[in-house]
Design a protein around this ligand. Structure first.
Ligand code: SAM
Ligand code: SF4
Length: 266
């Protein structure tokens, strides 16, 4: 699918839940989180059938995200349903890694190809400060489990404030080198005020190269993370929502006031 700016839209990111087992300070405020009602969250059949239509329209790359995708009950079943769709060449997941030790093998068996794991520090105390509830040992074990299960290449998403030369980021970089992991640096974004920037090591943030559509946990299809426009796949029907999202994908992002990272999926 080509949009008005000749970008080939072939990448779908699916947020499967807005729930999370961590509370990263830059993502989920400690208080005042408005969680979706369970009945508003897309069912596995809805997600799979929507993805089928997206693939028929040219999507070849799918990423499962959240919230934390591994807290969605039955996630392995969903991964299997999606992996059975003919035409997906790249099926990945972004996770905080906390539950990967438990799930890595079954996810691989269900057809997941690779994972991105979020890690902004290797210091247990700082990890606790950032995530409020997390234990970094779980993430380290999750990384190993992912490698052992063959969910490779394992990539690390490292949120930085300004630069990858910050102490925390430098330590994560060394950790990745020592453990044969790829790293992506993501500048901390301010979704509400529309502050965003390039992802170092990836195409994120470079609007001219953006090939993404995002499906929120409650069925809104967003052509741009930094724009309010979204199309309700239940109201419009899958085909029409996709058509409109591609047709109206903005040339460049500016500001988003309609969602939060934990619903849209980052
Ligand atoms: N829970 C999973 C995780 O943390 O990997 C998946 C969802 S999370 C919203 C997806 C990515 O968005 C993570 O790599 C996270 O670090 C990043 N993220 C969350 N809030 C952000 C923010 N304000 N600025 C930049 N990246 C952010
Ligand atoms: Fe949860 Fe991921 Fe947001 Fe952290 S970044 S609070 S792990 S959804």
């Amino acid at each position: 699918m080509y949009d008005r700016f000749n970008r080939n839209i072939n990448y779908l990111r699916i947020s499967v839940t807005d729930r999370c087992n961590l509370r990263c300070t830059y993502c989920m405020p400690e208080e005042g989180i408005q969680l979706l009602r369970h009945e508003d969250i897309l069912s596995f059949d809805e997600i799979t059938n929507f993805t089928k239509v997206a693939v028929e329209n040219g999507v070849t790359k799918v990423r499962i995200t959240g919230g934390e995708p591994l807290v969605r009950k039955g996630i392995t079943t969903l991964v299997r349903m999606i992996s059975e769709i003919k035409g997906i060449r790249d099926l990945s997941m972004t996770t905080n890694g906390v539950l990967l030790k438990q799930f890595a093998d079954e996810l691989r068996a269900a057809g997941l190809q690779r994972v991105n794991i979020s890690l902004d520090t290797i210091d247990p105390e700082k990890f606790k400060t950032i995530t409020l509830t997390g234990n970094i040992i779980d993430v380290f074990e999750g990384i190993n489990a992912a490698k052992n299960a063959g969910l490779i290449p394992v990539k690390i998403n490292c949120v930085i404030k300004e630069s990858k030369e910050e102490e925390e980021a430098k330590a994560v970089t060394r950790f990745c080198k020592d453990n044969n992991l790829e790293i992506r640096y993501i500048r901390q974004m301010d979704l509400v005020n529309g502050h965003f920037s390039m992802v170092d090591g990836g195409t994120g943030g470079d609007c001219s190269l953006c090939n993404r559509l995002r499906l929120t946990a409650n069925g809104k299809l967003k052509p741009c993370l930094f724009n309010n426009i979204e199309f309700d796949i239940r109201e419009l029907g899958f085909e029409k929502a996709i058509k409109l999202a591609v047709e109206l994908k903005p040339e460049c992002g500016s500001k988003n006031e309609t969602g939060a990272f934990y619903n849209i999926g980052g």
